[in-house]
Design a protein around this ligand. Structure first.
Ligand SMILES: Nc1ncnc2c1ncn2[C@@H]1O[C@H](COP(=O)(O)OP(=O)(O)OP(=O)(O)O)[C@@H](O)[C@H]1O
Ligand SMILES: Cc1cn([C@H]2C[C@H](O)[C@@H](COP(=O)(O)O)O2)c(=O)[nH]c1=O
Length: 211
């Protein structure tokens, strides 16, 4: 049976994940790899509907556990409808955020606990974890400043959290790097876009040749 590669891109707001993912996918396709880009929460209709509920700035009453469960529900549907079928077809799936976002944002920054949040996500993902996760590291101040300048980018409920929350998100990712040193690889996302893309691409190529 053909088996694709599941690669996730993680990091704080404005780290450049979606911009880089598009350029990385182009490079992979040029080299002949079937590649799809997708995102969480979202990527398919039901999950995009859940995304709107989670990220609506007016939904300030949302309980942290409700938030964690909604991300996990969107994840489940996206995995079943899009990620698994593409992997089964032998494609590379480049996913902008996955379970590590829940661990860093809900588990650590919201204070629900990394292990607790992982537990509810196990129900959603079963044993499916990424083959490789590229973590785009950036100071929250720099990422948020990029977003402010990004024309057409809507400001969502999570963007509007206080700066301390965004610092905790980054700390949460640092903890995950320690927990999953083989799977998660860090890139300095404050570098020039071209350098960021080249570094991410070379990490993916290493994995492709070793497979
Ligand atoms: N390396 C870079 N240097 C400078 N600007 C960048 C770089 N990468 C991306 N940008 C710009 O930063 C802004 C945010 O980029 P992008 O939307 O890709 O980030 P993101 O990590 O996907 O954000 P979020 O997850 O918060 O939506 C865009 O205007 C993009 O052009
Ligand atoms: C998957 C996932 C995402 N989040 C947060 C991270 C961002 O603030 C938004 C998504 O917006 P983006 O522009 O697409 O990055 O949601 C989260 O808190 N938990 C998650 O599991």
């Amino acid at each position: 049976m053909k088996k694709g590669l599941f690669i996730t891109i993680e990091g704080p707001e404005g780290a450049g994940k979606s911009t880089a993912a598009t350029l990385i996918a182009e490079k992979l396709r040029i080299e002949g790899y079937d590649t799809i880009i997708t995102r969480e929460p979202g990527g398919i209709d039901i999950a995009e509907q859940i995304r709107r509920v989670i990220l609506e700035p007016g939904n300030t009453a949302m309980d942290p556990r409700t938030e964690a469960l909604l991300y996990a529900a969107a994840r489940r549907q996206h995995l079943v409808e899009k990620v698994r079928p593409a992997l089964k077809d032998g494609s590379i799936v480049l996913c902008d955020r996955f379970v590590d976002s829940s661990l860093a944002y809900q588990g650590y920054a919201r204070g629900l606990g990394i292990d607790e949040v992982y537990k509810i996500n196990e129900f959603a993902i079963e044993t499916m974890m990424p083959d490789l996760t590229i973590y785009f590291d950036i100071a929250p101040e720099e990422g948020l400043a990029r977003i402010e300048k990004h024309q057409g980018r809507e400001i969502n409920r999570l963007d509007l959290e206080e700066l301390d929350f965004h610092h905790r998100v980054r700390e949460g990712y640092q903890l995950l790097l320690g927990r999953f040193p083989n799977r998660i690889q860090k890139i300095d996302a404050s570098l020039d876009l071209k350098e960021v893309v080249e570094e991410a691409f070379s990490k993916i190529k290493k994995l492709l040749v070793s497979n």
